[in-house]
Design a protein around this ligand. Sequence first.
Ligand code: SF4
Length: 370
Amino acid sequence: MTTASTSQVPAPTLDTLRTLHALPFPELVFRAQEVHRRHHDAAGVQLCTLESIKTGKCPENCSYCPQSAHHDTGLEAVPLMETVAILRSARAAKAGGASRFCMGAAWREVRDGAQFDSVLETVRGVAGMGLEVCCTLGMLREDQAARLKEAGCKVYNHNLDTSREYYPTIIGTRTYYDRIDPLAAVRRAGLQVCSGGILGMGETTEDRLKLLLELASLSPQPDSVPINSLVPVPGTPLENQAPVDPFEFVRIIAVARIAMPRAMVRLSAGRLIMSAELQALCFMAGANSIFLGDKLLTTPNPGRSDDLRLLDRLGMRPLPAGPSTPTADGHAHDHAAHHAAHHDHDHHREYSAAGTYAHACTGAGHCDTH
Ligand code: SF4
């Protein structure tokens, strides 16, 4: 990760998020940028690569997903890749500038056995290259998460996707608790949590804010929050969804940044149809990570050279792996000692700035909610 622990950031209320979302656009982006600069290198973007290590034939029926066996999308299913092939991809990702390598398998849940053992061997190999390893393998138990950690995995991704209320409209084969419970197991095992959602599935703004509230209310908050824009894939139930209004997308990024100040906010699926200007606005609103490579699991993504050109045009630079935080000159440095001293005082200011949230603070580097 490129930021310090997200522990012990006080959760906002839904009213706080509504108030932030309703601010005039420049005001909201300005506030998000203020928060962003207090916690992150304002010119830094973490570059990640996401590899589909087992593709398709998933028994779940997520309406947005071309990998579901319930939808006829013409996607070619690929069984679990051999370790040696994945390590080749990881090496190429590292050579291409990625500092994090994420591996996704279209499984409902992790099952003990030869396939999981193979994933563990792969994790060991990727971690040994000095890449941050993230896995997204479906639901899992704490002991399985612990084995991943022991192998060198740093982060586990498990998205909440949308609000608790809208979730059953999108997925019928599991419940919201099936999403929340593995996140707790991941935390207990000592892995970092990556969890976010998808915009553009027919949900309301209220659903989007409730998703952010769910994420921001996790204790500790997620270390990483991917915000995806739906890529409507022919053959899925959401194939005809209209794209999210670009300014609404930026607003949600900005609210996510303010509500989860220490998290990496990842601008994830859907970038292929985003203009350079829209992506720049997302960075201004607090997004600080993108996925490199022309595919994001199975959906198209901008080419690596286009992304590097965009960062160059914006005067932004790739972030290295490891903890960092902004300094006065906008460069990253190790955060751990700084965090211990300064704790969450900035966050009090953030919600106070929204005019709707405040809690008592004893000052002098200690807060009563911790
Ligand atoms: S999103 Fe994941 S769990 Fe849902 S169908 Fe796709 S691969 Fe399966």
